[in-house]
Design a protein around this ligand. Structure first.
Ligand code: ADP
Ligand code: MG
Length: 730
């Protein structure tokens, strides 16, 4: 009997009887009474900082002003007092290196003076800058090992918070991570730069309509999908432990075909996990609001109320950390991988993106006031134009090994980027584009048409779930982002391309008004031109269909199905142009970023290939061979008593097993060769290509044979926890 698998199943059996379900701290009060209690927010700042320091920090947050050394010292002292009142002993710079995860290095407040006195201290310089050992983080060649220094630098625009692990409490300072020379080595600095660019570009455009607008921020509401499995079962699957996904496993006969999981009632253990998670998140000021089952069995979603983009990104990264920690408390594991199980849906992270002004306006919301509708149309059409121009860069920003299993797999948006806007807006753009004139009357007509639109929010939400980029009434929803991914990557691209586009728009309008064209007419003329140009990116049909692939090709839209292909644009003029002109990444940073992404891809596939080989050789094959011997013995026993005629079933089974074992053997050998080729490729792009087109197909061939064996080998021998157990035992 396979001991690991059955022990794991036994563990759950015992656990279900003994595990107290309600493990979370029950606050009992309303959420509002403890929301943000672990965040150094406005109120805490007012209480712990002198007024002038508080005002300086606010100014730094809003306009990016630098803080003087004295002010930093004062803020650090106030922060330390607040944190110590809450029981913190340590502080950490918290940052988002290109690994995609978060990183933190803890230091205690406790220190010793040179004359040996013990004191507790947190200075302004410790708040502002730290030097973690940078050499362990991917830099894509930005740093050579002999000058490994990397610096984390305080980002005052995202509030400090306290992480609680058991009794341990640590004050965490959100930071950016840069080289000695100030080059970005993380996801945050490019995002902050993109936000600054968007603000700079969008304000003058807003001022065409309203002089009171002085600030524009991008807003983000993410929807995080994930799977939950029992800890014992997770630990009994080395592939889940090593790679976050199952490399083997025959889809269970029941998966999601009954469509009974989506929005179904939440299993009790998971429900308790979610409540505990929500309490923790709310204390950290993460405004999570929605929870529900997703399409696949054991799949769920959590979503917050949207926030300013940089805070929203921090909150998503923080939430993923908290989820892993809280899940362990409940003897569960969360899987963020884009495709942990074959045969059922994978997970994504919809990014709902819009822009808001200091005057409280959502720039992608068609207002009730007709006079505001030309502004809506301006931001709406410019977004489409931006995607039209830079679709390939957006595609690159969501490219990674995990997402390759999902994009284009008839369950997630395809790898072809297109924009869905809904019937009403589609018609309206058509009418504008086909209108002969752009005079005063034409402007009135366009504005009038928008006011007569049905409620787009009700009308467009959920209309087309197959589109990678959909207008949902008052925001765009970018659906192809991977569930494990840092949102900052695609969001920096969104902001950057929108910023550049808005600058071009302003120039185009200015050119016309300089020649004496009326402002509103000029705006309409420019928009009309954009609508005509960007038409190929609009698609209202079924993005999963094969016809769309053909049509997209005829429209000149690219379909980069794999990560190495999708990343190429980062080394081509379009990518270099977008990042360079927007200032989001200079050529050196972009080159480093591109290299890090390629390396990450190769490393992931390398780990997967090695894990698969070990799993197959050391676990699957021994079980298979035992059963094969039993069958052979049985057949020869029957033969010895002249009953071999009655062993037809056994013979068929044996033949099937032998064929599968041969296929595995051939696959392993071919994989080894491919793998050696990859390592000898000499160039990272060539290596990625070999992993993608030579190693991966062998992994799939091996898997097909193993998954077939799973259906025939004695269940008692099968060493790996089966899909039906992973997905349905809770
Ligand atoms: P769904 O039907 O996809 O669940 P919701 O309207 O509930 O859509 O919104 C999904 C996400 O979009 C939520 O996180 C929500 O806060 C966010 N959202 C709503 N308005 C905006 C906006 N103006 N900017 C960014 N995100 C937004
Ligand atoms: Mg949604």
């Amino acid at each position: 009997m396979s001991t690991t698998r059955f022990q794991a199943l036994q563990t759950i059996e015992n656990r279900l009887e003994s595990l107290p379900l309600d493990l979370g701290e029950s606050h009992g009060e309303t959420i509002a009474s403890y929301f943000g209690e672990n965040v150094f927010h406005e109120e805490a700042m007012k209480k712990y900082l002198p007024e002038n320091a508080y005002l300086m920090v606010k100014a730094a947050t809003q306009s990016g002003q630098k803080l003087s050394r004295e002010v930093a010292d004062t803020v650090a002292a106030g922060m330390k007092e607040w944190a110590q009142d809450k029981g913190c002993t340590h502080f950490a710079h918290w940052f988002q290196p290109l690994t995609g995860k978060t990183a933190e290095k803890h230091d205690s407040f406790f220190t010793m003076t040179h004359d040996g006195r013990v004191i507790e201290e947190f200075t302004g310089s410790a708040l502002v800058q730290q030097e973690p050992d940078g050499s362990s983080f991917p830099s894509g060649g930005l740093r050579s090992t002999f000058e490994a220094r990397g610096y984390t630098v305080w980002d005052p625009s995202s509030p400090a918070f306290i992480i609680e692990v058991g009794d341990g409490k640590t004050l965490c300072i959100p930071t950016i991570f840069v080289t000695y020379g100030g080059e970005a080595q993380d996801y945050k600095l490019p995002l902050l730069r993109s936000q600054a660019l968007l603000d700079k570009a969008a304000v003058p455009v807003c001022q065409l309509f309203d002089a009171n607008v002085t600030k524009v921020t991008a807003t983000l509401g993410w929807e995080q999908e994930y799977f939950v499995v029992d800890e014992a079962l997770f630990n009994a699957r080395p592939d889940l432990v090593m790679t976050g996904r199952t490399l083997l496993g025959r889809p269970a006969s029941k998966h999601q075909q009954l469509e009974d999981h989506y929005f179904g009632s939440i299993p009790e253990r998971v429900y308790h996990f979610m409540r505990d998670l929500e309490t923790e998140s709310h204390k950290l000021g993460i405004p999570v609001r929605t929870r529900h089952n997703e399409v696949a069995p054991a799949q769920y979603e959590v979503a917050p109320i949207f926030e300013e983009i940089n805070v929203a990104v921090d909150h998503n990264q923080l939430l993923m950390d908290v989820m892993e920690r809280v899940a362990r408390r409940h003897k569960l594991r969360v899987l963020f991988h884009e495709k942990p199980f074959a045969g059922v849906n994978g997970s994504g992270k919809h990014n709902n993106w819009s822009m808001g002004t200091n005057t409280g306006v959502n720039l992608l919301s068609p207002g009730k006031e007709p006079s505001k509708n030309l502004r809506f149309l301006t931001f709406f059409v410019n977004t489409i134009m931006a995607v039209y121009k830079y679709a390939d860069v957006l595609r690159a920003s969501i490219a990674h090994a995990g997402n390759d299993h999902r994009l284009g797999a008839n369950e997630a948006p395809p790898a072809i980027i297109s924009v869905f806007i809904g019937e009403a807006m589609f018609k309206l753009l058509g009418q504008i584009a086909n209108g002969k004139k752009t005079d005063d009357a034409a402007v009135k007509r366009a504005i009038d048409l928008i006011s007569k639109l049905p409620n787009l929010e009700l009308d467009n939400t959920d209309r087309n779930r197959t589109s990678p980029f959909a207008f949902t009434g008052n925001k765009f929803e970018i659906r192809a982002v991977g569930s494990s991914q840092n949102c900052a990557g695609p969001m920096a691209v969104m902001n950057a391309m929108m910023g550049l586009q808005l600058m071009e728009f302003k120039r185009d309008v200015d050119k016309l008004t300089a020649k004496g064209t009326d402002k509103e007419e000029a705006i309409l003329m420019v928009l009309k031109n954009y609508i005509r140009k960007s038409k190929p990116i609009l698609f209202e049909g079924n993005n999963y269909s094969d016809e769309w692939k053909e049509e997209a090709a005829s429209r000149g839209l690219n379909n980069f199905a794999t990560t190495p292909e999708a990343l190429d644009v980062l080394a081509q003029p379009l990518g270099i142009d977008l990042f360079g002109k927007s200032g989001v990444m200079n050529a050196t940073e972009l080159d480093a970023f591109y290299n890090v992404q390629l390396h990450a891809y190769c490393t992931k596939l390398d780990i997967e290939a090695k894990s698969l080989e070990e799993l197959v050789v050391s676990q699957v094959l021994p079980a298979v061979l035992r059963y094969q011997t039993e069958l052979a013995n049985n057949i020869s026993a029957l033969r010895s008593i002249d009953m071999v005629q009655s062993a037809r079933l056994q013979v068929d089974l044996l033949k099937r097993i032998v064929a599968d074992v041969e296929a595995i053997n051939a696959g392993l050998k071919a994989m080894q060769t491919a793998y050696d080729n990859a390592h000898n490729a000499g160039d990272i792009r060539a290596e990625a290509d070999i992993f993608c087109h030579q190693v991966r197909p062998q992994m799939e061939a091996i898997r097909a044979a193993v998954d077939d064996l799973e259906a025939v080998v004695d269940d008692q021998y099968w060493p790996l926890v089966k899909y039906r157990e992973l997905l349905f035992v809770r």
